[in-house]
Design a protein around this ligand. Sequence first.
Ligand code: ADP
Ligand code: MG
Length: 330
Amino acid sequence: DSVVNRIAAGEVIQRPVSAVKELVENSLDAGSTSVNVAVKDGGLKLIQVSDDGHGIRYEDLPILCERHTTSKLSKYEDLLSIKSMGFRGEALASMTYVGHVMVTTITKGQLHGYRASYRDGVMENEPKACAAVKGTQIMVENLFYNMIARRKTLQNSSDDYTKIVDLLSRFAIHHTNVSFSCRKHGASRSDVHSIATSSRMDSIRTVYGVSVARNLIKIEASDNDSSTSLFAMDGFISNSNYVAKKTTMVLFINDRLVECSALKRAIEIVYAATLPKASKPFIYMSIVLPPEHVDVNVHPTKREVSLLNLEVIIEKIQSVVESKLRDSDE
Ligand code: ADP
Ligand code: MG
């Protein structure tokens, strides 16, 4: 039933930035080394994500946007870690219930690509042969065209493009082997532009600027001693010279961009106690945990993650952050 599907889809894709996140994650899952985003009208008119990944096979195109279509659950081990990967096969399908989706793709060794468009989970015509170089381009047009109230609310808030730029900045500093760009459609200048194979520090400098990069301290921790606390962490935190009114916390767990408000608060507390005169911190942190210890919330839109042994992990990170801040302040 299309109304039910539309409402469910509107839950998965709450705003343009949620669509962009899903599309970029698909590009990364496809092994891309270059991901380019262009957006019109904060994403309401157009979201375009182009990548150079492995592409989509011709025979997969007809069912691509049906719910629960996924190519990412082939092995038994995948089933074990399904929780850490979030919802499967929901994103593209959802987009077709609240917008118009067009896919252009070419797989390795093919002479030409194919283009197909989708509505309400269904491919509209036979895929058409077309010119294509490498990878996949997905266009989502007129997002929420059938959800008048949602569209109105979003039209009045001009900050969706800012949210998209912020999202791409986060991906860019974590995936340093991938180049990212994000621009308003038709603009010659991109607002995020990262170059692949740069060091983490280089990409932070490119994306967040020198004033952030020059005030960072490297942090690292790992524990392989006991299976209950098995984890590795590395990243950068700001020193006492960094100035900002709000905390920026860029957190990746097992290479997925997530949020953990308890961890964020715990680090803010260490800053307040150790560097009382410092501003709110900038934090980039990548944590690796056994997949079965990570539970991305049952709700697909919530990035909030829950972790087994969260208290242990928080304490460990707090002590690393505290000692690094003390060292740097001497
Ligand atoms: P999921 O990512 O959970 O599998 P999606 O709805 O996001 O579900 O995508 C459905 C499927 O479409 C993916 O499993 C993948 O096979 C294919 N796909 C989507 N985007 C791309 C892309 N950019 N490159 C290659 N394959 C893609
Ligand atoms: Mg996906």
